[in-house]
Ligand binder design. Structure first.
Ligand code: LLP
Length: 402
């Protein structure tokens, strides 16, 4: 079994823990693979900033030629500041405030992915007041199950997201009266961490049906945005450090009806950045419980909330000691919550105070979801380039190199 590179342990010794470590070479290889596979079909990929909005990471993603998918006014601003072309920024979200809509309008973004008739009216008013025509994609709820954790399922009618099929007639009638909005496409997103690709096949079939409806009504749809959601392998991060982009994009090519002149857009977050990030933490104490040993780390749910919130699995490795005898540990953080646990009964090499622990696959929805609960300090991020001699420091590749 492969594991986190041991040679880094020595280099980490003098770095205050906990911290996030990002492997920029892996990020670049992931971007290269994704761009190659999406490029075969002329697909446009927008990176979902919500997964990780770290500026160094964004620089590289922008340089590789991706667009940006944002869910807040601040994300739109961050994307624009990072150099993402405005006509490649899309803005989704079920509750955009007036201020956030104005930010989108000021930045002349590619589209507002609009989630309700109420929102359409507000966008129209604000666009009118600022003498703009707002480009809008209707986010439709396809009622397709993503077979993933219920907190990250978005495409079912019971979820708060999107416009339901039965509302379409009303929406289309309304759109005819809104003078400051231009319908430029349809948007879908069924959920996150989807590893069973058949969910995406069901999505394609549903989109094809929606398209028939729009064609029947003679409404042109120049853009199809199929969202994100491609899952990664949390159990074997080294074996599958880059996801199978080829099968993912091929599936859309095989099953999605695309009419002449239409562009297909994706919004991928996790699949781009999850595997390049690792949370590095130090063991504070080993405490013997009644039925278990507690390995108490200096990182907690404030740095990585996924295990507490979604019972998510992240591979845990002792990078100071990988051999010898093993023992089972409940690996926990220092926060005053019983849910502050990274993994129960984890079989790990016998561990002692001061050992470094790597919590893998934390590049997506890790650092961005951190909090100051218990008045904890925000942790720092380090990059593979920080641990190289200056002559070897990596620069972002130019888009032609991806
Ligand atoms: N597009 C929309 C409209 C979304 O809501 C999301 C994620 C994405 C794209 C990107 O999805 P991805 O490719 O990353 O799966 N915090 C959770 C995940 C929440 C996902 C929210 N929306 C987690 O840690 O698993």
């Amino acid at each position: 079994m492969t594991s986190f590179p041991k040679e880094l342990t020595d280099k980490f010794t003098n770095t205050p823990t906990p911290f996030y470590y990002y492997d920029l070479e892996l990020l670049d290889s992931t971007l290269r693979s994704m761009n190659k596979e999406a490029g075969r079909y002329g697909y446009v990929v927008h990176y979902a900033l919500k997964a990780n909005a770290d500026r160094t990471i964004l620089d590289r993603i922008m340089a590789s030629g991706l667009g940006a998918d944002c869910v807040s006014g601040n994300e739109v601003t961050r994307a624009a500041e990072s150099g993402f072309a405005s006509d490649r920024i899309v803005f989704a979200g079920v509750g955009k405030s007036d201020e956030e809509i104005l930010t989108g309008l000021e930045n002349n973004i590619h589209s507002f992915n609009c989630e309700s008739i109420q929102e359409l009216k507000v966008i129209d008013e604000l666009a009118g007041a600022t003498n703009k025509i707002a480009p809008v994609a209707l986010r439709l709820n396809p009622n397709v199950s993503a077979n993933t954790h219920k907190y990250i399922t978005t495409g079912l009618e019971e979820n708060k997201f999107g416009i339901n099929q039965w509302e379409l007639e009303t929406i289309i009638e309304k759109l005819k009266t809104l003078r400051n909005i231009r319908l430029i496409g349809l948007h879908f997103h069924i959920g996150s961490q989807i590893t069973d690709l058949t969910a995406f096949k069901s999505l394609c079939i549903k989109i094809n049906e929606f398209q028939q409806w729009f064609r029947m009504h003679r409404i042109e749809i120049p853009n199809l945005n199929v969202g994100g959601g491609l899952g990664i392998d949390y159990h074997e991060p080294d074996k599958h450090s880059i996801v199978d982009f080829a099968s993912f994009f091929r599936l859309f090519h095989d099953f999605l009806d695309v009419y002449p002149g239409q562009k297909v857009h994706f919004e991928l977050g996790r699949a781009v950045v999850a595997q390049c990030g690792t949370l590095i933490s130090k063991v504070l104490y080993i405490k013997n419980g009644v039925n278990t040993n507690f390995m108490i780390l200096d990182a907690g749910m404030t740095e990585l909330i996924r295990p507490a919130l979604y019972q998510a699995y992240h591979k845990i490795e002792n990078i100071s000691n990988s051999g010898g005898e093993s023992e089972r540990y409940d690996v926990v953080g220092p926060i005053c919550e019983s849910s502050d646990c990274f993994g129960k009964a984890q079989l790990l090499p016998v561990t002692k105070r001061g050992d470094l622990i790597a919590i893998r696959s934390t590049g997506a929805y890790g650092e961005v979801m951190s909090s100051n609960y218990n008045l904890r300090e925000k942790v720092k991020a380090y990059y593979s380039s920080d641990f190289l001699s200056s002559s070897k420091k990596e620069k972002p590749l130019s888009s032609s190199e991806y």
